[in-house]
Design a protein around this ligand. Structure first.
Ligand SMILES: *[C@@H]1O[C@H](CO)[C@@H](O)[C@H](O)[C@H]1NC(C)=O
Ligand SMILES: *[C@@H]1O[C@H](CO)[C@@H](O)[C@H](O)[C@H]1NC(C)=O
Ligand SMILES: *[C@@H]1O[C@H](CO)[C@@H](O)[C@H](O)[C@H]1NC(C)=O
Ligand SMILES: *[C@@H]1O[C@H](CO)[C@@H](O)[C@H](O)[C@H]1NC(C)=O
Length: 517
């Protein structure tokens, strides 16, 4: 560990020699990092930032909004690290015009956000459409388009009406497919004349794993050896939830295709959380383990959606425990997708646990695919460590995961729908400390370099959304982690650009010029 820390310090010193005395400014950093040949992004590439309703909006119980699963969960003591919630979050509901000015200033041409399902349908399909919610998103969409910023909209980003949880157990019941189809239809109908990029689900793999295997996200369900929940079944329920999510996705896509796509002319896809799994050795056992890791983590969703079947490794290991698709399901799933959204932050090693003995650990169980997920090899981390325990800086992973998805899914158009760097909200740090976020600049710059490399080798990537425009509510970490290009003072809600915002603006301006010449 000491070696690693030393290495990190050395890297910082090399990049930015005067940083130690806190006088290294952005231009010297940027000058040091610039390359003779800047990476080329396709013309009309989307540069944007990403957000989600629960992490940003606030106004959690006003203007007709119903309560969501996250409203209920965050109000239960002990669920959120700092005891906070998203009641106010960064109050984008009231501050969206100010935030649009920040986006315009950065030169962004797109904004990824999610619609709060419970704001549109407080009681799911068992109640009315909340017209105040429709009006709010209409104003947001119109204001974006007025500035030339394209809306890139997720229908759900973890938060769903609590009503559906209470009535029938949400994702555990096939009934949820009707609710999701209905909700998607309402959104296409009211917003689809102007929204040209739709995402059905954000990171359904994380929602299924954390909601039903470890139980650390709502609805807090798991069984004993996987977590600390009052009820649940960590073996069966993630598979059932995933199955209903996949079929809900298919229902929304086929609704879009049959009723809206011809006239509205947009496209629709899904966003997965994508980790690059590096085999811990070159042995064929570890290479197969890395393949299984992808299959049980990401291909779990993408294979059925794109190929109409679960990954072969899952079928082999889980057998009849894996839910089956009926002929009718398969017919509906034929609709496929127009693009794959990739949320990529970090890489891990994968070590075989199918043919070799492993101690308990993440990934090791049969239901996870018999591999050990670890950041360390011989005591050395896969990338520079950060203040966020799961985040290791391994920019090469960006090229590898994009290339992997390109090859497996026949170069379906891709967007990097999230990528970003987090820092702990250390109460001893001053605002100035947070604004000098050179490590975020370093992270984004290197990940974008490797993204450009993948593109230059033929990957059809059409956009990059930084996570995130603002510091915000980071799920179970509450406000203890900051991921923003802008600092947010949670007392006053004041937004202040960090060095990374200034850097991203320059990066976009450099590369947009290139695209237009
Ligand atoms: C499990 O949850 C119960 C009830 O919330 C709590 O009292 C207990 O301390 C928890 N145990 C662990 C190991 O976290
Ligand atoms: C695997 O083999 C490649 C090519 O020979 C080599 O570059 C790489 O370092 C090896 N990786 C490991 C983990 O041994
Ligand atoms: C903040 O400073 C106090 C006093 O110097 C110290 O005890 C504490 O560990 C610091 N907190 C963090 C999170 O660094
Ligand atoms: C933008 O281009 C200028 C001029 O080539 C260069 O000095 C600067 O480092 C670039 N900045 C970024 C963030 O790419």
């Amino acid at each position: 560990m000491e070696f690693v820390l030393l290495l990190h310090v050395l890297i910082v010193i090399i990049i930015c020699p005067s940083m130690i005395v806190n006088s290294c400014n952005s231009s010297s950093l940027i000058a040091m990092k610039s390359k003779p040949q800047p990476p080329v992004f396709p013309s009309n590439f989307f540069f944007g930032t990403a957000s989600s309703s629960y992490q940003y909006e606030g106004a959690f119980s006003s203007y007709g909004k119903g309560l969501s699963n996250w409203d209920i969960f965050s109000h239960e003591a002990g669920n959120i690290l700092d005891g906070s919630n998203g009641d106010i979050a960064v109050d984008q509901y009231h501050h969206y015009l100010e935030d649009l000015d920040l986006m315009e200033d950065l030169g962004l041409n797109s904004y990824r956000f999610s619609i709060s399902w419970a704001r549109i349908l407080p009681k799911g399909r068992f109640g009315n459409v909340n017209m105040a919610g429709i009006k709010h998103y209409n104003k947001l969409i119109d204001a974006l388009l007025h500035k030339g910023i394209y809306p890139f909209v997720s229908l759900t980003h973890y938060d769903i009406p609590q009503e559906l949880e209470d009535r029938y157990g949400a994702w555990l019941s096939p009934k949820v497919q009707d609710d999701f189809r209905y909700y998607a239809d309402v959104c296409f109908k009211y917003f689809g004349d102007r929204v040209k990029y739709w995402v059905t689900f954000n990171e359904p793999n994380v929602a299924a794993i954390r909601g039903y295997r470890s139980g650390i996200y709502p609805p807090s369900r798991c069984s004993a050896s996987f977590g600390n929940c009052s009820t649940g079944d960590s073996l069966e329920e993630p598979l059932i939830a995933a199955h209903n999510i996949i079929l809900s996705h298919a229902a929304a896509v086929s609704t879009y295709q049959t009723k809206y796509q011809k006239t509205q002319g947009g496209s629709i896809g899904i966003v997965v959380n994508a980790i690059w799994f590096e085999p811990i050795s070159n042995s064929s056992k570890d290479k197969l383990a890395a393949e299984r890791a992808q299959s049980f983590y990401m291909n779990w969703f993408l294979d059925p959606i794109i190929f109409g079947r679960y990954p072969v490794e899952m079928q082999q290991i889980l057998g009849s425990q894996l839910p089956a698709f009926s002929r009718k399901d398969l017919n509906k799933m034929k609709s496929g997708i127009d693009f794959i959204g990739i949320n990529h932050y970090t890489s891990f090693y994968a070590k075989d646990c199918m043919y070799s003995q492993c101690e308990q650990g993440p990934g090791v169980s049969r239901s996870e695919g018999y591999y050990l997920r670890t950041a360390f090899k011989d005591g050395i981390p896969i990338g520079v460590t950060t203040e966020v325990d799961w985040l290791y800086v391994h920019p090469l992973g960006m090229e590898k995961i994009v290339t992997y998805i390109k090859e497996r899914y026949n170069n379906t158009p891709m967007f990097i729908t999230e990528n970003g760097y987090g820092e702990l909200n250390n109460p001893n740090s001053s605002v100035k400390d947070f604004l000098n976020d050179y490590r975020r600049v370093e992270y984004m710059n290197s990940y974008l370099d490797f993204l450009a490399l993948a593109i230059s080798k033929g990957a059809d990537v059409r956009g990059y959304f930084a996570w995130s425009l603002l510091d915000n509510f980071e799920w179970i970490s509450g406000y203890t982690v900051r991921f923003g290009l802008h600092h947010v003072d949670y007392g006053t809600l004041e937004r202040t650009p960090k060095i990374s915002a200034i850097w991203f603006k320059q990066f976009i301006s450099n590369h947009s010029n290139l695209a237009s010449t």
